[in-house]
Design a protein around this ligand. Sequence first.
Ligand code: FES
Length: 158
Amino acid sequence: MADMANMQKYQQLDAIIEKHRSEPGGLMPVMQEAQDLFGHVGQDVQEYIAEGLGKTLSEVYGVATFYAQFALQPKGKYVISVCMGTACYVKGAQAVLDKFSEYLEIPVGATTSDGLFTLQATRCLGACGLAPVLTINDDVHGRVTPEQVAGILERYKE
Ligand code: FES
């Protein structure tokens, strides 16, 4: 059953669809705004958009999967973004990313089944002096070593 907050979001989605319905190429902005609204564009949201815009589900799904900016499942409470830009890479970012993957038991791009953590690799975060760098939501962690990974996760689990 959809709860109240979710119902309100679908009402907002109706307004978004209405706003872009007559635009050629309106699908992209609707998808972007839907993602801002829900935090992801899962199958239920895709179906709703397809119906609202008179598109097929495969058209919507095609856009959702083609563009890396769209998340097909809800992201975790904490999104861990490990920078894989050049400076971070040469300072060992891969080993840090692998450690997170090992501890969380998920591949890069996935979310833990308890919904707590999403692990992703990202481009240069603009803090190369702190390489290797990662962010967890709005927190920036610099000069991270694989040995620190377990401790960092513990802090967020509390
Ligand atoms: S390469 Fe990682 S912050 Fe720039």
